[in-house]
Design a protein around this ligand. Structure first.
Ligand SMILES: *[C@@H]1O[C@H](CO)[C@@H](O)[C@H](O)[C@H]1NC(C)=O
Ligand SMILES: *[C@@H]1O[C@H](CO)[C@@H](O)[C@H](O)[C@H]1NC(C)=O
Ligand SMILES: *[C@@H]1O[C@H](CO)[C@@H](O)[C@H](O)[C@H]1NC(C)=O
Ligand SMILES: *[C@@H]1O[C@H](CO)[C@@H](O)[C@H](O)[C@H]1NC(C)=O
Ligand SMILES: *[C@@H]1O[C@H](CO)[C@@H](O)[C@H](O)[C@H]1NC(C)=O
Ligand SMILES: *[C@@H]1O[C@H](CO)[C@@H](O)[C@H](O)[C@H]1NC(C)=O
Length: 469
């Protein structure tokens, strides 16, 4: 009967139509992904010679098309292995950010075990390339698009932040992407940034960094490049060069030094709140008890000006007057000459100045020069050496004692009171840095929008604030 046949033909036609539509959707979906290279951080890349809509993929960041990842048996399409380009649509906070979509950062930061396991298993089957130096070199030829696509915060956000500029030095020698993501996180137009690239760095590292620096008025490179050798004065030298360059800018309040392998645990707003609470106090590690005193005795003479040597670490948070003293006071300059002859001078110089209150250096500490977890914590850095007072379980991996943070460390990192964390490798569990970056972005946004408040009560009671010169 006619009335029976027609619907059957129609159903067949509909099935074919739906099938063709599905294939077209898959196909164009793929085309769109591969062609939006410049705005997509994480993407699928089709293996050459396969049909695009059924291809297998490497998991690869970014932008230049070199293909060194491991092939994984996974179909493209609706799984979440991409970081979608998205813009925060709120009127008042409109900075591009690539939220992590492969895994759920929020769950991982809370220590959700299934999500952490899922992330680990994904990471063990996938390899991610970094953004190439060439990409930075080319992309920074158009500064406006570089700044907006990378989501640099080009506004001071709050008047409190605007009136409290911070000066940074960053020492780096490789891993431009990691450096650039650190810079992006801490970047604000009112701050100052001095970048030292090691003399050993490759030419394309220089070119990439020069490109980035050329796009941001308040970021500059040193003119001299030091070949930094651990344990020698060459570690201290770039620091002093940067301090000198930064000191020319009159209005900043605090100086913080960083390496390219660190990342902030606090937003710029939170750093300002903490540093306001510090009220001029300097924050650095100090110890006499744990110091290797043979490093000092090799000099043969005792330090000038009755200075008692104190061991510190390579991270300091100091007020402007401290920097002034270091650069210009004769006592500091005399002491520097002595320090040049000790072993590992960078660990002795600043810490000794900060823990000899008879010198009267602003913000230095009058108490016993021993970093401890409770009485005199060291809040410039969260660093996990596996030894007291820096002993925490390491869920990443240890490289020469220090913990390279992995995804399993995220819950601990999100709770820490320190300003920055050290250290990350971009090629080791990159979600660790990705998720910390997402948290940092969200906090910046939500603090700006007044959705969350930052509680400074922990910082207010610190002994090195109460007991400062
Ligand atoms: C890609 O890798 C090859 C070989 O490793 C290299 O010769 C080429 O310059 C690279 N291209 C880019 C754009 O980095
Ligand atoms: C937000 O950013 C987008 C893309 O950069 C732009 O098109 C849009 O106009 C911006 N919106 C506001 C309110 O600034
Ligand atoms: C950050 O904000 C985005 C958008 O609101 C949300 O999807 C994401 O889960 C948040 N991430 C974290 C770590 O809070
Ligand atoms: C920070 O300053 C210290 C001074 O204690 C210096 O030795 C060190 O090299 C600097 N560290 C970084 C990461 O720049
Ligand atoms: C340098 O420091 C010493 C001791 O810390 C102090 O007595 C002296 O006044 C300072 N000199 C200058 C020029 O500030
Ligand atoms: C801030 O934190 C302290 C201690 O952690 C707590 O006692 C206090 O109630 C908090 N203040 C606010 C305003 O949340």
């Amino acid at each position: 009967m006619e009335g029976h046949k027609r619907p059957r033909v129609f159903v067949k036609f509909l099935a074919v139509f739906l099938f063709v539509t599905l294939i077209l959707i898959l196909y164009y979906n793929n085309i769109e992904r591969t062609s939006s290279l410049s705005s997509t951080l994480f993407q699928h890349r089709p293996r050459p010679g396969r049909l695009k809509f059924l291809s297998t993929h490497v998991w690869s960041t970014n932008i230049p098309t070199n293909f060194t990842g491991k092939i994984v048996k996974e179909r493209s399409g609706s799984d979440g292995n991409t970081r979608k380009h998205s813009v925060v649509k709120r009127k008042s906070f409109n900075y591009t950010f690539n939220y992590v979509e492969t895994v759920n950062c929020k769950k991982m930061l809370k220590g959700n075990k299934p999500e952490l396991d899922r992330a680990k298993s994904f990471l063990s089957n996938n390899y991610r390339n970094s953004i190439s130096n060439t990409w930075y070199f080319v992309k920074t030829k158009n500064c406006d698009s570089f700044i907006s696509e990378r989501g640099y915060v080009t506004d001071s956000l709050t008047s409190e932040e605007r009136d409290f500029p911070i000066a940074y030095s960053i020492l780096m020698f490789k891993d431009v992407e990691q450096f650039e993501r650190l810079l992006r996180a801490i970047y604000r137009p009112q701050n100052y940034y001095c970048i030292h690239v090691d003399a050993k760095a490759a030419e394309d590292v220089y070119n990439a960094v020069r490109g980035i620096v050329g796009c941001l008025d308040n970021v500059f490179m040193t003119r001299k490049y030091v070949d930094v050798q651990w344990g020698t004065f060459s570690v201290l030298e770039p620091e002093l060069i940067c301090m000198k360059m930064l000191f020319k800018y009159k209005n900043w309040k605090y100086f913080i030094n960083l390496t390219g392998q660190e990342f902030p645990l606090k937003t710029n707003y939170e750093l300002v709140k903490i540093l306001e609470t510090y009220n001029g106090a300097n924050d650095m590690e100090g110890t006499v008890r744990r110091a290797n005193k043979a490093r000092w005795s090799i000099v043969g003479v005792s330090p000038p000006h009755n200075i008692r040597p104190v061991k510190g670490s390579v991270h300091i948070v100091v007020n402007r007057d401290f920097v002034d003293y270091v650069l210009n006071n004769k006592t500091a300059i005399d002491f520097l000459e002595w320090v040049k002859n000790v072993d590992v001078p960078d660990e002795t110089y600043f810490s000794s100045l900060n823990h000899n209150p008879h010198l009267g250096i602003p913000g230095s500490y009058k108490g016993i020069p021993e970093t401890t977890k409770d009485k005199k914590p060291f809040l410039a850095r969260f660093k996990n050496w596996g030894r007291e007072p820096f002993d925490w379980p390491c869920k990443g991996k240890r490289v020469r004692l220090i913990c390279i943070f992995g995804v399993g460390d995220l819950p601990l990192l999100s709770r820490r009171k320190e300003m920055f964390a050290n250290k990350f490798y971009l090629n080791f569990e990159p979600f660790a840095l990705d998720c910390l970056e997402e948290l940092h972005h969200n906090k910046t946004r939500d603090e700006y929008l007044g959705l969350v408040k930052f509680n400074t009560s922990y910082y207010q009671g610190l002994d090195f604030i109460k007991n400062k010169v």
